[in-house]
Ligand binder design. Structure first.
Ligand SMILES: [Zn+2]
Length: 403
């Protein structure tokens, strides 16, 4: 394809128009996205409804293509409209210009995460509709807010609403990740977050003494235990090349607070850890270990788990012949001659909220032979990869909606 064809390609035009909307954190303004999606709905001759699960700053827009048997559980194609912050000085192309370079790479924040996928869904449906196709099941294409800050204003409250229940969703697709090789990851589960703060109190006093029971000593003990555990997980990954980081527990010390003055032993210090607990770890046991280490440190340590994250494990999506949606998805992949690998997502996506409702959900972005650039400078996607992705979705959507 030549650069002239890139400029005139209808689907590339829509994708680039969407990329040019700076729905960027912090404080993304979603109004221009909604305006754009309303236009798309009109072009596609599909109804669009906008819900506001928490407040008017965080919309959930849903386009619907009614199936021939609308009473059947529907298929949800989800994407988020928000993108993470940019440091424009580190980009070789402006992050919201959607430039295409001479190699055919489309530069833009959201080109991988995940405005591409949202537009590919629509492009696939446009193609299916133009071919006169009708599908058995109803398709809902949702565009949500606030995924990049945890979904607390977006998918998290939306799944609890009557509006969501009325969609009667039986299966959902959401974002995956690019892959530098031919093999594309398909995510069927996510780990469970356990963010924890240790508030460590100890004997305060003059900095010239050797007081016992100080906050610093206790902190050292806890830090040692946490880092030992972290090392054991690094080791597990090293020992077994089949494992990915989503298969083990990750622990990162992300904040330390405390102290007032150089010659004062402080009465209080705190450690904050971001922990993502692997699916095969018993969460109660994990928490009990942390509490025990706090005790062993010498007491006077308050262990505080971040409340909104303190959930039980969510069951992974079933990926065998008992899940007909998985069978239809896998069949599409096989028919297209593509290679996939089932994985546990290392981060968090909106799929966790969908799975929590007992709905099977897969995370998949058709971007092979592409470097992983989500949240990075110079995020790009090749035009050929983008257009190929539309064909892939045509097949997947047709198969999962016709079971
Ligand atoms: Zn994303």
């Amino acid at each position: 394809m030549s650069s002239n064809t890139w400029e005139s390609n209808e689907e590339l035009q829509y994708f680039r128009e969407y990329l040019r909307i700076p729905s960027v954190h912090p404080n993304p303004n979603y109004e221009p996205c909604l305006e754009f999606l309303r236009k798309q709905a009109k072009l596609l001759d599909l109804p669009i409804v906008v819900h506001y699960p928490i407040d008017e700053k965080a919309p959930v827009a849903i386009l619907t293509w009614q199936g021939l048997e609308p009473e059947l559980p529907s298929v949800l194609l989800n994407s988020h409209m928000d993108v993470v912050a940019v440091y424009p000085e580190n980009w070789t192309h402006p992050p919201f210009a959607a430039d295409i370079d001479e190699k055919g790479r489309i530069f833009g924040r959201g080109s991988q995460d995940m405005k591409c996928v949202g537009m590919q869904y629509l492009a696939a449906i446009r193609a299916l509709k133009r071919n006169g196709g009708r599908l058995k099941r109803t398709i809902h294409i949702s565009f949500v807010a606030d995924e990049e800050t945890g979904g607390q204003l977006g998918m998290a409250p939306f799944v609890d609403s009557d509006d969501f229940r009325k969609l009667n969703i039986g299966f959902s697709l959401d974002e995956g990740m690019a892959s530098p090789t031919a093999v594309m990851p398909v995510y069927y589960a996510e780990r469970t977050g356990r963010c924890v703060t240790f508030k460590i109190s100890g004997q305060a006093g003059h900095g010239s003494l050797l007081l016992s029971n100080t906050a610093g000593e206790k902190m050292n003990y806890i830090l040692g235990k946490m880092m030992d555990f972290r090392r054991s997980q690094v080791e597990r990954l090293k020992q077994n090349p089949q494992l990915t980081v989503g298969d083990v527990t990750t622990i990162n010390l992300n904040a330390i607070n405390g102290g007032v003055q150089s010659n004062v032993v402080p009465p209080m210090m705190s450690l904050f850890f971001d922990c993502r607990v692997a699916l095969d770890v018993n969460l109660e046991q994990f928490e009990a270990d942390l509490l025990r280490w706090a005790e062993e440190a010498g007491g006077g340590v308050e262990v505080e788990f971040m409340r909104w994250l303190r959930r039980p494990h969510t069951a992974p999506t079933v990926t065998n012949e008992t899940n007909p949606f998985w069978v239809a998805f896998k069949k599409s992949i096989d028919e297209l001659g593509l290679a996939i690998k089932l994985q546990v997502f290392n981060g968090g996506t909106d799929s966790r909220y969908i799975r929590r409702m007992g709905i099977p959900a897969l995370g998949f972005s058709p971007m092979n032979h592409t470097p992983v650039l989500l949240h990075d400078h110079d995020e790009w996607l090749h035009v050929d990869t983008y257009l190929k992705g539309i064909e892939i979705y045509q097949k997947i959507i047709t198969n999962v909606a016709n079971i």
